[in-house]
Design a protein around this ligand. Structure first.
Ligand SMILES: [Zn+2]
Length: 259
């Protein structure tokens, strides 16, 4: 299976892409939200990639092995709107859509991204899907993420009886795209960076809307955080998840010398 799985603490599931073609890593916070769709997914990735690998099918299988059904995801957070990160958002929304019997209203999983990224998607980003030969997904954000605290779930809400609530911090980290975000989870000192920072590398800035000087400022912001696990949007030839405070620190030093 092209996704390798790893868990940080009880609730943060990491699905690290190991296929031959391009796709992003996906992260999932399990059992957070109230109701019948308690899970939160970050960057569900491609549906099918340029080598015709079934990225979404692999993700679904990997999640299922962890007891997570795609239909039980209530919130999709997109770090940015490049096809290899957000194309499967539509699939998750489809999987989790419930049509209550006898009612006109349809309940569906919610999507979240920054306002800057949505504006970019509507003006430029949608066209990028065409460049990759695929139709742009319907991305209708319910929540615009702004920089600062993002508290999800409520204390004691977890279906498993634990504390369902997680307190994340949204950090605007533009540069790879104009509205890219990173997510920091102080409880586990875990940082999801999208395509801002990888192991030994950074995200490309030569796509429309990219800017190396802006990315440099974003990286400076991230480097100040107390991070034990750096969870990048892609693996590189050097590795994938960056674990241990020391390795994270060394990675930031190496990258700051590059940019
Ligand atoms: Zn990207």
């Amino acid at each position: 299976m092209p996704h390798q799985t790893r868990r940080i603490g009880e609730r943060l599931h990491c699905y690290i892409w190991q296929g031959r073609g391009n796709n992003c890593n996906t992260y999932l916070f399990a059992h957070v939200l109230r109701g019948d769709r308690p899970h939160i997914i970050v960057d569900p990735g491609s549906v099918v990639n340029e080598l015709r690998e079934d990225c979404y099918g692999s993700l679904v299988a990997a999640m299922r092995a962890d007891g997570i059904e795609a239909g039980d995801i209530g919130l999709v957070i997109n770090t940015h709107t490049h096809p290899d990160h957000c194309h499967a958002t539509e699939k998750i929304v489809e999987a989790g859509t419930r049509e209550p019997a006898g009612k006109a209203a349809t309940r569906q999983p919610l999507t979240a991204l920054s306002r800057q990224e949505y504006d970019y998607f509507k003006s430029v980003g949608e066209k990028m899907f065409g460049m990759f030969g695929m139709p742009a997904p319907q991305l209708e954000p319910f929540i615009y993420l702004t920089e600062g605290d993002l508290v999800l779930g409520k204390a004691g809400d977890s279906a498993e009886g634990g504390d369902g609530r997680i307190e994340l911090q949204v950090i605007l980290t533009p540069g790879h795209s104009p509205g890219s975000i990173s997510l920091y989870w102080p409880e586990q000192r875990a940082l999801i960076t999208g395509d801002a920072v990888f192991f030994g590398s950074i995200g490309r800035t030569d796509f429309p809307g990219g800017s190396i000087s802006t990315l440099k400022q974003s990286i400076d912001k991230l480097a100040d955080l107390d991070v034990e696990y750096l969870l990048p949007g892609h693996s590189t030839e050097y590795g994938s998840i960056i674990a241990s405070k020391d390795t994270v620190r060394r990675n930031f030093s190496a990258i700051r010398r590059m940019v």
